[in-house]
Design a binder for this molecule. Structure first.
Ligand SMILES: Cc1cc2nc3c(=O)[nH]c(=O)nc-3n(C[C@H](O)[C@H](O)[C@H](O)COP(=O)(O)OP(=O)(O)OC[C@H]3O[C@@H](n4cnc5c(N)ncnc54)[C@H](O)[C@@H]3O)c2cc1C
Ligand SMILES: *[C@@H]1O[C@H](CO)[C@@H](O)[C@H](O)[C@H]1NC(C)=O
Ligand SMILES: *[C@@H]1O[C@H](CO)[C@@H](O)[C@H](O)[C@H]1NC(C)=O
Ligand SMILES: *[C@@H]1O[C@H](CO)[C@@H](O)[C@H](O)[C@H]1NC(C)=O
Length: 478
């Protein structure tokens, strides 16, 4: 912690934002002079922001610090807090929430170079860098011969997804991402680097696992990993495409499926592709260690409806997410609207489809998506619900409406579509209160909606570790 003490005196001086409007170039110049000499290398300051999944309400930093070590993170946080400069960590850049507000002089702490993934000798623990995206994490774990519970899309930050809860293909077997965290290296608002475990900082350990971005920057995490043979690293998955008239039957089949621990299923409304970009209904069944016979048996009720196309196959672990790569494409406007609910209601989904079809035919909106996720939750619900701040083990299904387009003139229609879909799901959600997975939320929700019953305890932890509200960019707990 030596350098922390040193830097508190080094950086004690005038605030940047208190000065009258400073242009981005001069902010960069100031960081090059004042901050760069203290970093692990002197060329880590840039004005080029790394790409983001959605440009809708994206943060526009004046300066980017391409941190290479955890000390770089600590020193940068210390510097920004001492100068009152707003800052934000970026990992996969997939966060779509509208809560970002860096102002004109903000600093982006680009975590991308903290992408190391290492394993202990028996491969029961992996250490994941704070900037490792999911494809990078899986590439390393596949090469090592081990499985890690990550999200299902290559572009998202591994810890970006996990710190909010962490849904993924292996959660039926191993629980939520947060359930697999053993310890975290965290830079808190005071610029200290802490080893956070259940015993060293029980409150932070609880809070970070559900509300991580509000409490610090995680430079790396030790998570459980599961040694696996080649056979253990296979799944039967792919897509089954249904014609629009089958929607009610598909929805009812998903409602009635008893998902075993090795199963999950998604349903998408997406473009059926060129030339016409007709809207299509695609389901993606997943059976861990499945084959064609066991896969068809596990999802017999969907096969009975009669898919138009069947693109399922046995696929190795490092390819499971490949089907989602189009969904991962960066750029374009994607204000997204999520909701959790308890039951798949055919009428609700027909109405959602009608909203989708209307929006998706607008110019440049053909890639718009509606996504529905259904996981096996028995394992996740066997974990003590008070063990992590992630609040929604009780929620059965999550959906997101993603209007995806280029032209800002579509913004208001996109928002109407997103709101309409979300209202439909909420109206039949079967929940005692509106419950939205923080990583699927839009940004306009009350804090209660994303933090649920964890909110008041999170507020007291936040006030203790971040009294000046430095980590305020992501569903700010205040
Ligand atoms: C295509 C796509 C697929 C997705 N699939 C899944 C999925 O399968 N499962 C799932 O659970 N979610 C999924 N999500 C949602 C995803 O979890 C959120 O978008 C999440 O915020 C992405 O994190 P990121 O690091 O990519 O984004 P960023 O925008 O980089 O980060 C989002 C927020 O998290 C903070 N943050 C990120 N990393 C850290 C860190 N190391 N320490 C502290 N704060 C950090 C950032 O500061 C920011 O406030 C998906 C999203 C997209 C766009
Ligand atoms: C994921 O990270 C790797 C290595 O850090 C990088 O090469 C790759 O471009 C990233 N992929 C995505 C989809 O962001
Ligand atoms: C498919 O998987 C089932 C269940 O694991 C197994 O009994 C069966 O032998 C497998 N079939 C083939 C062709 O591998
Ligand atoms: C939208 O913009 C992206 C680049 O951000 C481009 O690749 C794509 O072709 C554009 N789509 C349309 C329909 O104009």
């Amino acid at each position: 912690m030596m350098f922390v003490i040193l830097f508190s005196s080094l950086f004690a001086s005038a605030s940047l934002t208190s000065a009258a409007a400073v242009d981005a170039g001069s902010v960069a110049q100031r960081l090059r002079t004042e901050l760069a000499p203290h970093l692990s290398r002197h060329d880590l300051i840039s004005t080029e922001a790394p790409p983001r999944w959605s440009s809708f309400n994206a943060p526009h930093p004046a300066v980017v610090v391409n941190v290479e070590t955890e000390s770089d993170v600590a020193i940068t946080v210390k510097y920004c807090t001492s100068k009152d400069i707003p800052f934000l960590a970026q990992n996969g850049g997939s966060g779509w929430a509208t809560t970002f507000d860096l102002g004109p002089n903000g600093v982006l702490v680009n975590l991308a170079r903290l992408n190391q993934v290492t394993f202990n000798a028996d491969k029961t623990q992996a250490t994941i860098g704070g900037g490792s995206n999911i494809s990078n994490t899986i590439a390393h774990s596949y090469a090592a011969g081990a499985l890690i519970e990550t999200g299902n899309c290559n572009c998202a930050g591994t810890l970006g997804a996990i710190l909010g809860g962490g849904y993924g293909n292996l959660m039926g077997l191993y629980g939520f991402g947060v359930d697999n965290i053993l310890s975290l290296r965290v830079v808190t608002a005071d610029g200290q680097l802490r080893d956070v475990t259940a015993s060293s900082y029980p409150d932070l350990f609880w809070g970070l696992r559900g509300a991580g971005p509000n409490l610090g920057i995680v430079t790396s995490a030790v998570v459980k990993s599961y040694p696996a043979t080649e056979k253990d690293m296979e799944a039967w998955t792919g897509s089954l495409v249904f014609s629009p008239d089958k929607l009610e039957e598909v929805v009812q089949a998903i409602q009635d499926l008893e998902l075993q621990s090795d199963m999950n299923i998604f349903m998408y409304f997406i473009s059926g592709g060129l030339p016409a970009n007709e809207p299509a209904i695609v389901t993606t069944p997943f059976l861990y260690k499945g084959n064609v016979t066991s896969g068809r048996a596990a999802f017999a009720s969907l096969y009975a409806i009669g898919p138009e196309t069947d693109n399922t196959a046995v696929i190795p672990y490092n390819q499971w997410n490949a089907g989602g790569d189009a969904f991962c494409s960066f750029g374009g406007r994607k204000p997204s609207y999520g909701a959790g609910f308890q039951n798949m209601v055919p009428k609700t989904w027909r109405e959602t489809w009608n909203e989708y079809v209307e929006f998706q035919k607008k110019p440049t909106a053909e890639n718009s998506v509606v996504l529905l996720e259904a996981y096996s939750l028995t394992k996740a619900r066997s974990v003590d619900p008070n063990s992590a701040s992630f609040p929604y083990r009780n929620v059965n299904f999550n959906a997101v409406a993603i209007p995806w387009y280029n032209d800002t003139s579509l913004d208001s229609e996109a928002q109407s579509f997103g709101n309409a879909a979300r209202d439909l799901w909420r109206a039949t959600d079967g929940l005692a209160q509106t419950s939205t997975y923080i990583n699927f939320a839009h940004g306009d929700e009350d804090l209660q909606v994303v933090y649920g019953s964890s909110l008041s305890k999170l507020q007291s932890i936040k006030h203790h570790y971040d009294p000046k509200d430095q980590f305020r960019q992501w569903f700010n707990i205040n």
